[in-house]
Write a protein that binds this ligand. Structure first.
Ligand code: 5GP
Ligand code: MG
Length: 173
């Protein structure tokens, strides 16, 4: 594995986005919704740096890839999410790759009539985007490689690494 961002670099990035969030929303109450499971570390670090009155919720987005299909239907589980009607909502995800996950989650959330909805991602992969939207707050742009750590997994492992690493051929199974 090759380190892409150290723990210190990640924390500096999170402080940078938190400052943007504080400046953007001022003292307006905010509802952050973390997209499970990849956003848990980011969410925990980020919310402690947010200064306005804050509510925190989570949802899970899971896409099923069949043997013959490249992209399965995205299933969104929102049972653990607080009511977002008339709220300012900030969706938090680990990584913006093709963008389909965030795009579909935003469309679904819009049906619940939030006052506003914005999105934040720790990472954005270059040259992979397939949707016509941009996340509002981005921590880091990274090259197109498969990364793990700081919440991101490979086959459900490595989420606990305090740094971000790119997997190499020998790490794959
Ligand atoms: P998208 O829908 O934007 O293509 O993909 C977003 C989801 O794919 C992320 O939330 C994450 O779960 C997964 N993903 C995309 N790229 C990577 C990567 O490099 N590493 C890991 N661990 N997950 C990724
Ligand atoms: Mg994810």
């Amino acid at each position: 594995m090759k380190t892409v961002l150290t723990a210190d670099e990640l924390h500096a990035g999170v402080r940078r986005i938190a400052a943007q969030i504080n400046a953007h929303y001022q003292n307006q109450p905010l509802t952050t919704i973390g997209i499970l499971t990849g956003s848990v570390i980011l969410l925990a670090d980020l919310i402690r740096l947010i200064e306005m009155p804050l509510r925190v919720g989570v949802l899970q987005a899971r896409s099923y890839h069949g043997a013959t299909t490249l992209r399965g239907e995205l299933t969104i589980y929102d049972e653990l999410m607080p009511d977002i009607t008339d709220r300012d909502v900030l969706l938090v995800d680990d990584i913006f790759d093709t963008g389909h996950t965030l795009h579909q989650v935003i469309q679904r959330m819009q049906d619940l009539n939030p006052r506003s909805i914005k999105s934040l991602v720790l990472l954005r992969k270059k040259g992979r985007q397939e949707v016509d939207m941009e996340p509002d707050f981005v921590g880091f742009e990274i090259p197109d490689q498969f990364v793990v750590g700081y919440g991101l997994d490979y086959q459900d492992e490595y989420r606990n690494l305090p740094y971000l690493a790119a997997l190499e051929e020998s790490d794959l199974r």
